[in-house]
Design a protein around this ligand. Structure first.
Ligand SMILES: C[S@@+](CC[C@H](N)C(=O)[O-])C[C@H]1O[C@@H](n2cnc3c(N)ncnc32)[C@H](O)[C@@H]1O
Length: 260
């Protein structure tokens, strides 16, 4: 794979083993609804879930908008879209779309809400994407973005230097690894009003993040800045630390909400 386009290629081509891992990682969990609170989701609304992946959040959104509303899930990975369609069989209020470029398969002003979780760090041109998301919103619409910022990771026992080394080596997987801190400024620049940003952080002390960290071995291999042996040794220290109780992982989520 070409390291220059890996940030998007690694979503377009996912092998079966990684699809299974992502499906476990992206399950909709208790507590997810708190991340959506400011989106003000109501029965009867039309919602776009941009970068809907295997579809778990889109199905939760469909429950929130009810039979009178509709959710459009959009993703660049064909397998995720096919699996999401399977999951949605019998649900008339959710449609999943496979997209290849930056254009959305929706007319202007089609939705009341745009929701997107952990996607904007991977898009080739965030300004083009935001313009397109804005185009899809109704005049009274609201956008609600949830994104990580890989400059705010804590992982014990690695310390600051270890965190910077590991996530720097995995940086090839992201177009904009610091998207979280930029969301508010981007929304204002795109003309959105009432921009509000909050930061939500949980402390993982049980190793829930380890599958996501192991998934980064492939990113590190492509990036070529750290050997597989060093990555495995670092991962082993994190796994050992779960057993000894020294492990702690935090990746704050930046939640940005704005009106059109
Ligand atoms: C980290 S996953 C998040 C999935 C889901 N939103 C969630 O939170 O569970 C990122 C998702 O964004 C999708 N994606 C990446 N670039 C995209 C793009 N340019 N357009 C649409 N989807 C994209 C990927 O295929 C993947 O499903």
């Amino acid at each position: 794979m070409d390291p220059r386009t890996f940030y998007t290629d690694h979503w377009q081509h996912i092998d079966d083993e990684r699809v299974a891992r992502y499906e476990r990682m992206f399950q909709w969990r208790e507590g997810g609804a708190a991340l959506l609170a400011d989106a003000d989701l109501q029965p009867g609304q039309n919602v776009l879930d941009f970068g809907s992946g295997p579809g778990f959040m889109a199905l939760a959104l469909a429950d929130m908008v009810g039979e009178g509303g509709h959710v459009h899930g959009v993703d660049i990975n064909a397998r995720f879209v096919a699996d999401a369609k399977e999951r949605a069989v019998g649900r008339a209020n959710v449609t999943f779309h496979h997209v290849k470029g930056q254009l959305l398969p929706l007319p202007d002003g089609a939705v009341d809400r745009v929701v997107s979780k952990n996607v904007l760090e991977y898009v080739p041109d965030v300004d083009a994407t935001l313009a397109e998301l804005r185009r899809a919103l109704k005049p009274a619409g609201r956008i609600h973005l949830i994104d990580s910022d890989w400059g705010f990771v804590l992982l014990e026992p690695w310390g600051k230097a270890g965190v910077e080394r590991f996530f720097g080596a995995a940086g090839v997987a992201f177009k904009e690894p610091h998207i979280g801190r930029k969301l508010g400024g981007l929304l204002r620049r795109h003309g959105f009003r009432n921009v509000a940003v909050r930061v939500v952080a949980n402390a993982d002390q049980d190793g829930h993040a380890l599958p996501m960290l192991r998934n980064m071995r492939e990113y590190i291999r492509i990036g070529g800045l750290m050997t597989a042996t060093e990555a495995d040794e670092m991962l082993a220290t994190a796994e050992d630390a779960v057993r000894t109780g020294e492990y702690l992982f935090a990746l704050p989520q930046f939640v940005a909400t704005a009106d059109i």
